[in-house]
Every structure is written in C-alpha cells, then in structure tokens.
Design a protein around this ligand. Sequence first.
Ligand code: HEM
Ligand code: CA
Ligand code: CA
Length: 336
Amino acid sequence: APSKRQTPAICSTLAPVAQDLLENLFGGECGDSAHGALRLIFHDAIGISPVVGGGGADGSIITFNETELAFEANDGLDDVLADLGPFFLKHQAVISSGDFVQLAGALSLAACPGAPKVQFVAGRPPPLAPSPNFLVPEPFNTTDQILERFASVGFAPPEIIALLSSHSIAGADTVDPTIPGTPFDTTPSVYDTNIFIDVLLKGTLFPGTSGNQGEVETAVNGTLRLQSDFELARDPRTACTWQEFATNQPLMASQFAPAVFKLSLLGQNINDLTDCSELIPQPPALKDVPEFPPGQFLSDIQDSCPTARFPDLPTQPGPPLDVAPIPQADSDDEDS
Ligand code: HEM
Ligand SMILES: [Ca+2]
Ligand SMILES: [Ca+2]
C-alpha cells in the first residue's frame, strides 16, 4: 500500500486551535476579523532588518504588544488584537505567539472566494524582544522607501505587488478616522482583481474628509485609496505587474501564496519548522470577470505600464456604486 505521511504531533496539537479560529473567530466570513488577521501577519513579519534587528515572524506583535502597538504604523491593530487576543490566551499552552499569528493569517483566507490556500509551518520559538520601530511601511512613504524596505528582507518588486493583492480584502479604520471600515476596493469580501483595477482609475473624490496623511482621491464612492497603492500602481518599476494582475486573478492568487508564505518565514529557519499546511482549508473558488465599476471606462484608467496598454474591459452595468463600510468585528457584542 502507498505509505501515507503521518500527521506530525505538532499539527495534531494545533488542529483544535485551527478549528476554534475558523468557527468562532472568523465564523465562515471574509470580514473584519479575517482582514485584521491577514494584516497582522505582515505587521509581525516585517519587523526585522539587517541593520537594526528584530525577530520577524516571531509573534512579537502579540507578546510585546505594549511596545509595538504604540508604533504609528500599527494604528488600528489594537482592535485586531482585541479580537484575536482572547483566542491566543485560550490556546497559549499549545501554540507560540509566532505560530498563532501565522496560523490565524493563513486561516483568514478560508472564507475569501478566490484566495489561494497558503502554506503554514509550525514550531516558531517564543519571541525574544519587541521589533524596533519604523520597519513597517506607511502609506505616505515614497515608493523608493517601500521598495528598499522590502528589498532589505529579500522581496523583489513583483512579490511586493503580489502581497498587496491582500488589499482586495481590506479596508482602513484609522486613515480617515471619521469613516472606519472603509474598503480599499468595491468588493472587500472577495479576493478578486478589483483592487488593481480600481486604484488605476482617475481619482475624483474623498469618501470622508480630505487632507488625511497617506490618502489620495479615489474613483468610487465609499472606497478609500492609499497613497502607497496609488504610487506603486503608477511607478514604472511596479506598474506592469500591477496591470498584469488587474486582469489575471489566477496569476495574482498564485503569486500571492508563495510571497505571503515567505513573509511567514522571516527571521525563522524553515528547517526547524514542521509543515502543517493540512490544517489550512482551500478557500472557495471564484470565477472572476474583470470589469470597470459602473460608469467607468478605459478612458478613466491612468495608463502606467511603459510596455503594454491597459486592456479594454466591460463596464459593470448599473448606477454608480456607493460601497458600504465593512461591518466592524466587535469582541463583546455581535448582534445589536
Ligand atoms: C507597502 C506596504 C503596505 C502599506 C503602506 C500598507 C498600508 C495599509 C494601511 C494604511 C491600512 C489601513 C489600516 C487602518 O487604517 O485600519 C492597511 C490595511 C490592510 N493591509 Fe496593508 N499595507 C501594506 C502592505 C500590506 C501587506 C504586505 C499585506 C499582507 C499581508 C497587507 C494587508 C492588509 C490588510 C488585510 C488590511 C486590512 C485590515 C483591516 O481591514 O482590518 N498590507 N494597509
Ligand atoms: Ca515580529
Ligand atoms: Ca476585492
């Protein structure tokens, strides 16, 4: 008989944690809790530098949250930790904070149609110290600064754009504090290519107040555009990858999975970790049809790739959208 790989002990131990997160934290939704858990992967992992140190994907953002939540770039993560923290405390006897962040992040995609299944490895030791400040990119950083920050930990420009596909299932609470939960694209519960289409449209409005640091005008009511997304979409070093993903959802998903797995290994040695990817469900499939939002056309696209024109797409029928805010996860009260 063909030999079947036996489930490693650490994976069996973590199975009930995964189950609890899927059922009781995410509840089968690609909503605020899932978005927060996905963002947390990044803000924990990127806390490492060849110059100033830091432990990367080590769970420091949980263990040393008193230090790291005070960093400006981590604004809004207080809500995420309020949401996830009780699950970590409940299971901390069997899972390190570093594994918890990465497990929750990989599981966060489970209910997001179109998302890839991301690998998960376990066995990260407890973090030794908080991350130094100023390692997490900010939406008002220049493209040079962002590319350099990622390059210093081994990420090439196309990998950065692949990682930013996460902004397809995301929104902002703190960029414009008057409108928490404002999504970055028209479909914040679907891992589709709309983020890459929407951000290339000519900006005409602010969804709330103007003058917020790191925000630029967006094209669709109810969505918020980050200055960093705007610039990465238009910079010649990244614009062609951005444009390619805009009309190729399978490519976007297939490039995101290895890039986000690579994030989960920052500061870790993969040879010391155990593959527990069997704990991660395959997210629902998506048949993505790239379209311009209602009332928008190719002439509204700010063509930015030097070597290929943006392709013409159908326009979604109907009146202009006013995208609804993302309902906020509330750790105490779900139904009032
Ligand atoms: C250039 C790098 C990046 C910048 C400047 C950036 C910036 C931001 C900002 C300002 C927010 C809104 C936070 C708030 O006000 O609540 C946000 C949200 C988010 N980001 Fe990024 N980000 C970057 C890269 C990434 C990466 C690599 C990931 C992937 C793992 C990611 C995943 C998310 C998610 C999922 C959210 C939504 C959080 C929520 O809705 O609660 N971002 N990002
Ligand atoms: Ca960290
Ligand atoms: Ca989307």
